[in-house]
Design a protein around this ligand. Structure first.
Ligand code: ADP
Ligand code: MG
Length: 407
């Protein structure tokens, strides 16, 4: 059996017209001899009746609720959209079975709201595929070993799709969305962003971890482990989209690429909070970094963009954790300076390691736009610059232009 996983995001299932388009995509796959496993997100975006954010807004004034109860509520959005897609397929004479995450055998850990998939028990999905049905699975949800419903966090339906694709040894995983594919920058920010016809797992993981929300990085990693190609493509046009596959020599099926792009793309993450701790005045300056990072770690706060110098330790945290981080460090006797409202702009590319001039171009591009770099860091695939939130979009455009990524 040749299995294909097809995942459709929120806007793809938001209207009846779009849902017909989705059904057509599924029928096309069947007609080409593939057995589709379809993963569906909740319908629409914030404000739409059954979107995840809308469900969440129903309980926002009721104080703190058990996380388990919130997950149960959130999981309803996908169950509704799946059932409506199944109805659409039935009307088009396609025999279809709808499965919740639990029924599809998606077993997760206990981390409500951001659960990880620990294994897949796919017998039910396989049985229905063997009977010749289209199997429509509710994305973004699973069940833990005690049988409680969990949700998978942001981009969770991408993760459902790739976990199923891996467990079922799918031929390909199609991520259908509202853009043509993976582009050199978010097309909502950069008009001239260019569609990439191919990209390696590593490149898209790097982009996605730095904020490109077109696909969730955890999902990419799941597909990468089994070397299953992913196609990111538009529900609404017939363009082939972007093929995500391994780096290396071309294989028989063609699902492998050489990739030596210096810069793959520019991405951004708004709303980070910069913290600078003076360590020179601390009684034991040498012990300061370990004190700082241990106390934040004990409070479950994750830090990013870390620069340690003899007299100052600088880093960022998510905006939501900013005030708490400041309070924790001040309680330890540190002098803390904070800068809320920052954004992390990232230049990502596998081929930049050791190449002189990349940082020179970045600093020139931002200087030309009068954008201050508040902090920076680099790895062999990424250079990060911290800027003010209000400068973020201009910084992304300037960097995209500087590296001529539209060409
Ligand atoms: P879905 O609901 O289909 O999962 P998402 O909103 O999660 O859709 O992801 C698609 C969005 O990702 C696009 O509308 C686009 O604005 C955004 N995006 C961010 N970075 C990129 C990029 N590099 N290439 C393409 N899209 C991007
Ligand atoms: Mg998404």
């Amino acid at each position: 059996m040749r299995i294909i996983v097809q995942k459709f995001g929120g806007t793809s299932v938001a209207s009846e017209e779009n849902r017909r388009r989705v059904a057509q995509r599924i029928i096309e796959a069947r007609e080409s001899g593939l057995a589709p496993v379809v993963v569906i997100s909740a319908m629409g975006r914030s404000g739409d009746p059954y979107a995840t954010d809308t469900l969440l807004s129903l309980i926002k004034d009721y104080g703190e609720l058990p996380k388990r109860d919130i997950d149960l509520l959130l999981s309803c959005g996908e169950i509704i959209s799946c059932s409506v897609i199944a109805a659409t397929l039935n009307r088009m004479n396609q025999n279809t079975v709808v499965l919740t995450g639990r029924e599809a055998g998606i077993i997760t850990d206990d981390h409500y709201g951001d659960a990880r998939i620990v294994r897949i028990e796919p017998h039910k999905v396989l049985n229905h595929l063997r009977e010749g049905s289209v199997v429509v699975v509710a994305g973004f949800q699973g069940v833990n070993d005690s049988g409680e419903v969990t949700t998978l966090g942001r981009g969770g339906s991408d993760t459902t799709a790739c976990a199923l694709g891996s467990a079922l040894n799918a031929e390909v995983i199609d991520i259908f969305t509202d853009v043509e594919g993976i582009m050199t920058a978010d097309p909502r920010i950069v008009d001239s962003a260019r569609l990439l016809d191919r990209i390696t797992y590593n490149e898209i993981c790097n982009l996605a971890y730095q904020g490109a929300k077109v696909i969730h990085p955890r999902a990419v990693e799941l597909a990468m482990q089994k070397n299953i190609p992913i196609r990111v493509r538009s529900t609404f046009t017939d363009t082939p989209g972007t093929l995500v596959c391994a780096h290396g020599e071309a294989t028989e099926n063609g699902h492998s690429i050489r990739c030596d792009r210096v810069i793959t793309g520019i991405t951004q993450m708004a709303n980070v909070f910069q913290i600078k701790v003076e360590t020179a005045s601390y009684p034991d300056p040498a012990a300061a970094p370990s004190m700082i990072f241990r106390s934040l770690a004990d409070a479950g706060i994750s830090v990013d963009l870390i620069n340690i110098q003899p007299e100052v330790v600088a880093f960022t945290v998510d905006s939501g954790e900013g005030p708490r981080s400041k309070a924790i460090l001040e309680a330890q006797g540190f002098q803390v300076r904070v800068l809320p409202g920052c954004a992390k702009v990232s230049v990502v590319g596998g081929g930049m390691a050791g190449l002189p001039g990349v940082m020179a171009s970045i600093s020139e591009a931002l200087r030309e736009q009068d954008i201050a770099i508040l902090q920076s860091a680099d790895s062999h695939t990424t250079i990060w610059c911290l800027v003010k939130n209000e400068d973020m979009n201009r910084a992304v455009k300037a960097l995209h232009d500087k590296f001529s990524l539209d060409k």
